[in-house]
Design a binder for this molecule. Structure first.
Ligand code: NI
Length: 260
């Protein structure tokens, strides 16, 4: 009597639990999330060390999977040769994707280096038949050129482009990652994208510890907050929260090729 049966239908496709914001209570937080509604988390590597930590978490928790890769903000003169380390980490049985990779023109890091490392990591993913998790900040034109040419499978995370761009991503067979931003007051563009793109092509994410949805905006984010993202998408698409969570969980399992 009075037992609460959890649905376990939250799949967080993009998280950074290696961030120091979780140093105080990481294990307790993982345990409580997996005891509640969270079924899976894909922790994103941003460099070699955080990719190794993603694998460490994946070995410790059934529901955690690793994504390994070099983030555009973390590049240096060794990055091209570091890709061979990423290739080794990609062989781990719980590595689900190559990521977080992409282009970030907000920061003053050589665009040429960013493009070379991005392309080399997509080549790796394609050679291994693995999906990618892509970061695109203020670099829509070059990101789309590369995706059109190389046709990887995977997710464009924290999507910030237009409806037209979202439709092209879907046309390429990729998925759109939606997180806390869709709950923000000024999210007009993201709301439009969510309403125009079929739910079958949307996956949910935190990007935690950042981008907490309303009503927790500004606080540390974690995967349990994805229910607020699902509620907002349900409102936009006239569905129930459960429909959004169940379908996006199925989508995430499909794109990451996770069979549980
Ligand atoms: Ni991220």
């Amino acid at each position: 009597m009075g037992f609460l049966i959890y649905m376990k239908n939250i799949f967080d496709t993009h998280a950074h639990y290696d961030d120091k914001a979780f140093d105080e209570d990481r294990d307790a937080l993982f345990s409580s999330m997996f005891a509640e509604n969270v079924c899976c988390v894909v922790n994103q590597g941003t460099d070699i060390a955080s990719s190794m930590r993603s694998i460490e978490f994946a070995e410790k928790y059934d529901g955690v999977y690793a994504s390994v890769g070099l983030h555009p903000e973390c590049l240096n003169e060794n990055s091209m040769s570091d890709i061979s380390e990423i290739e080794k980490l990609a062989a781990h049985p719980k590595t689900a994707a190559i990521g977080e990779i992409g282009l970030d023109y907000y920061y003053d890091i050589s665009k040429d280096l960013q493009k070379r490392v991005f392309i080399a990591q997509i080549e790796l993913a394609n050679a291994l038949s693995m999906p990618v998790n892509i970061h695109d900040r203020e670099a829509h034109g070059d990101t789309m050129d590369i995706l059109r040419q190389m046709k990887p499978k995977g997710i464009l995370h924290c999507f910030s482009g237009s409806v037209e761009m979202a439709k092209e991503i879907v046309g390429l067979g990729m998925y759109i990652g939606i997180g806390g931003v869709v709950t923000f007051k000024n999210a007009r563009k993201t709301v439009e994208v969510v309403s125009e793109i079929p739910l079958e092509r949307i996956v949910l994410e935190t990007d935690c510890p950042y981008l907490s949805p309303v009503p927790n905006r500004g606080k540390r984010n974690d995967s349990t907050n994805i229910r607020y993202v699902a509620q907002r998408i349900a409102e936009i698409k006239s569905l129930t929260e459960a429909e959004v969570l169940n379908t996006t969980k199925a989508n995430a399992k499909r794109v990451y090729n996770i069979k549980i």
